[in-house]
Structures are given as structure tokens and as C-alpha cells.
Design a protein around this ligand. Structure first.
Ligand SMILES: *Cc1c(COP(=O)(O)O)cnc(C)c1O
Length: 386
């Protein structure tokens, strides 16, 4: 069709479209003007920005997952198992091997990523008129979960070395009487793990909150903890208000599958069963998770290598005069730069994407393969003149 015969007016010649009638959407006031959350998803050779496991599942694991999904597909006319006790049992067994603490299946809960786990927790234990408390710098998603459940969000601060200042913690707990305390251990973006005695001190402070307080220890990076660093799982038996959350997204290398879980007293889990959406965990997700858990040894085999690479990265950055937070996770927070954005951009220009997060002057790099870490170091030497 030639330009002459085409009746379609071009943008330049067409009359301005009539303005649509002004539609007033009844958006909740606290959401007006907000942008969706998200780290940039850029197409860059070296992705070290969202703490993923750099190793894709092996062909064996992929084949087993595909077979499990095919089997689940044959039953997709039916709603999935609402209680998924088999998956909860598999996760309990995995934790028994990983941490030495083996919960009962009824004490395990699973959702679409630990972000949905947190949402369930705040739906049950937060809500209008209630407060959740954390200590910054910490995970940037927590305030979003609080907002979405109309829970008041309050942060105290961490000490300069990113550990908890227990006097400050006790004072904030007494001041705000939170119904939920959220503690990431190892913490994101700092990598800081909480010693058992500190979790116990927070639990003791929570005891004094009138009306009760649930203490959530988010161990998304738990498997990367250094030798001798404990898991809060060991405290569950004595603390019915303690919740420990985990995920298959990080050490397990299944971020794309969206599987998070928690362990807590059965009464906590029963409360979450009330607020979850019916059939929230699809049959496909359940099948993928169970198939992957059969390969836990293989999927976890990379963890030791990643921890060694992490420790080497910390040493290398310190040798070059940078300040580095101790890390029990698969990422490292380092600085401090007068213009951290320029350093971040310089790395990106060289094909290395890290994360501009944490306090002013700091940057966070996720631990990748040895080749990716070489690319990171080479780029940083050039950009920061180390
Ligand atoms: C990555 C991360 C998670 C995991 O989230 P998923 O929804 O399970 O992928 C949870 N907590 C923290 C602090 C994290 O950094």
C-alpha cells in the first residue's frame, strides 16, 4: 500500500485525540505516585546485583524437574494440594541435614518466595493499628510488605559495624511495642549474621510487649554462614513466638521457581493457613520444589565454593584499602566512595552490574563464578584506581 492510498493519518497530521474523561481511581493514599519495586534487570554479561546463585541447575536436575512438571501437568484440571505436607516433609528433612534441627512437617510453611512468606506473616500478625520493627540498614522489601498490609513500619538503627546495639533494640521494642520484629540474619545488604545470644536478647525483649510479639529471623542466606555461625533454628524449640524463614532462591539456586518457607511453632503456621489465598502454591511449584530437593546435595555443592570466593573477595578488597563489612552471605558490602554512583556506572560500562544500595558511599557485589569475580576485580581496579 502506497503512502497516497493509505488513509491512516500520521501523528503529525491527525487532530489531537479528544482528552479521555478524567477517571479518578480510588487508589489508596499511601500508594499514590509510587513506582513498582525492583533492582534494574539489565542485559549485561556479568550480573552480580541480586544475590542469585551464578550456577544454573545441571542437566540431571533439569531433567528431573521437567519430568516432575510433566507428571503434575497431567493433573492440572484439579486444584493443587492445599496443605502440601509432602513438600513440607521434604523441607523438614533438608533442614535436618543442613542445620541439625529437623522440624515436623506441620511446623513448616511454604509460599511463593520468602516475600510471600513475609506477607503471610504480616497479614496474620501485623495489620492496621499494629507496628513492625526492624533495624536499618536492612532489606529494602520489608517496608513494602508492611505498607501492603497496612502495618506501621518503624526502623531502629544498627551500630556502625552493622551489628545490633542491644540497648537500642530493647529501647525501641519498649517504645513501639511492635507485634512483629523482622531481623535478617545474615542481613541484606550488610552480610551481618546475628549471634544466638543476640537473637535470645531480642526474644526476651519481645516477651515484654503487651499483646505479644513475633520475632522473625530471615535466614534467606543462612546456608552461606561461616563455620561456627549458628542458625536461629536451634532456638525454635524454646520460643513459640520465633519464626525462621528460608528460601530456595539463594544457596539452592532456584530463584526463578519462587519457593520460600518458614519454620515455627504449629500455632504460627495455623494462623498463616487462615490468611493465605486458597491454593496459593501451584501444583507445578510443588513439583519443581520436590524434584529440586531430591538433588539438594548437588545443588548445595556450589555453596562451599561461593563461600570461599566470598572470603577471598573480602580479603582482596581490604588489601586494596577499602572498608568491607564482615559477610556471612553470598555478597559483600564495601566502600566507601565519595561518588558511589560513578563507581557503579563505571563498572556497568565495563559489563559488570552490581548494586547501589546500603548507606551512602557503599556498594554491594554478589558472589559469582571465579570468572565473573575476576571481571569484577579488573573493572574495579580501572574504575576506582585501586
Ligand atoms: C533474597 C532475599 C530473600 C528471598 O526472597 P525470595 O522471595 O525467597 O526470593 C529474602 N530475604 C532477604 C533479606 C533477601 O535478600
Amino acid at each position: 500500500m502506497s503512502a497516497e492510498t493509505s488513509p491512516a493519518p500520521t501523528a503529525a497530521t491527525s487532530p489531537p485525540a479528544a482528552a479521555p474523561p478524567a477517571t479518578r481511581l480510588p487508589l489508596r493514599a499511601e500508594l499514590v505516585g509510587l513506582e513498582p519495586y525492583g533492582a534494574p534487570q539489565l542485559d549485561v554479561p556479568v550480573l552480580l546485583n541480586v544475590n542469585e546463585n551464578p550456577y544454573a541447575p545441571s542437566e540431571d536436575v533439569v531433567a528431573d524437574i521437567a519430568e516432575a512438571v510433566a507428571r503434575a501437568a497431567g493433573g492440572l484440571n484439579r486444584y493443587p494440594d492445599r496443605e502440601f505436607l509432602d513438600l513440607r516433609e521434604d523441607l523438614a528433612a533438608y533442614l535436618g541435614v543442613e542445620s541439625g534441627v529437623r522440624p515436623r512437617a506441620e511446623e513448616v510453611w511454604v509460599a511463593n518466595g520468602s516475600n510471600e512468606i513475609m506477607l503471610h506473616l504480616l497479614q496474620a500478625f501485623g495489620g492496621p493499628g499494629r507496628t513492625s520493627l526492624s533495624f536499618a540498614p536492612t532489606y529494602s522489601m520489608y517496608p513494602e510488605y508492611a505498607r501492603d498490609t497496612s502495618t506501621r513500619w518503624v526502623t531502629g538503627r544498627r551500630a556502625d559495624d552493622f551489628t545490633l546495639d542491644l540497648d537500642h533494640v530493647r529501647a525501641r521494642v519498649a517504645e513501639h511495642a511492635p507485634s512483629v520484629i523482622l531481623l535478617a540474619s545474615p542481613n541484606n545488604p550488610t552480610g551481618t549474621a546475628l549471634p544466638t545470644a543476640e537473637v535470645e536478647a531480642v526474644l526476651a525483649a519481645a516477651e515484654d510487649v503487651p499483646g505479644g510479639c513475633v520475632v522473625v529471623v530471615d535466614e534467606a542466606y543462612g546456608e552461606f554462614r561461616r563455620a561456627g555461625t549458628p542458625s536461629a533454628l536451634s532456638l525454635l524449640a524454646d520460643h513459640p513466638n520465633l519464626v525462621v524463614t528460608r528460601t530456595l532462591s539463594k544457596a539452592f539456586g532456584l530463584a526463578g521457581a519462587r519457593v520460600g518457607y518458614l519454620v515455627a511453632d504449629r500455632a504460627v503456621v495455623d494462623a498463616l493457613r487462615v490468611v493465605r489465598l486458597p491454593y496459593h502454591l501451584s501444583a507445578v511449584t510443588q513439583a519443581v520444589a520436590r524434584a529440586a530437593l531430591r538433588h539438594a546435595d548437588e545443588l548445595m555443592a556450589q555453596v562451599d565454593g561461593l563461600r570461599a570466593e566470598r572470603d577471598a573477595t573480602v580479603r582482596w578488597l581490604r588489601e586494596r584499602g577499602l572498608t568491607v563489612a564482615d559477610s556471612d552471605a553470598n555478597f559483600v558490602l564495601f566502600g566507601r566512595f565519595d561518588d558511589r554512583h560513578a563507581v557503579w556506572q563505571g563498572l556497568l560500562d565495563r559489563g559488570v552490574l552490581i548494586r547501589e544500595t546500603g548507606p551512602e558511599g557503599w556498594l554491594r557485589v554478589s558472589i559469582g563464578t571465579p570468572e565473573e569475580m575476576t571481571a569484577f576485580r579488573d573493572a574495579l581496579v580501572e574504575v576506582a584506581g585501586l
